[in-house]
Ligand binder design. Structure first.
Ligand SMILES: [Zn+2]
Length: 59
């Protein structure tokens, strides 16, 4: 993982904008914080292409 930055899981209903934190809970509302980049596909991931080609090879 390239970063441990998390985002408040309830920010859409609680805050005007995403609330980022390094801890497990939101510092403002106390909700769970979740990984800010849970998407399996990250176009900025320098190793993404390598991982995807590995997957294709195994199939
Ligand atoms: Zn929050």
């Amino acid at each position: 993982m390239k970063s441990d930055i998390r985002v408040c899981s309830a920010w859409r209903g609680t805050h005007d904008r995403p609330v980022y934190t390094l801890s497990d809970t939101c510092p403002e509302c106390g909700a769970d914080a979740e990984n800010s980049a849970p998407a399996p596909f990250d176009p900025a991931d320098p190793y993404g292409e390598y991982r995807r080609s590995l997957k294709r090879r195994r199939r």
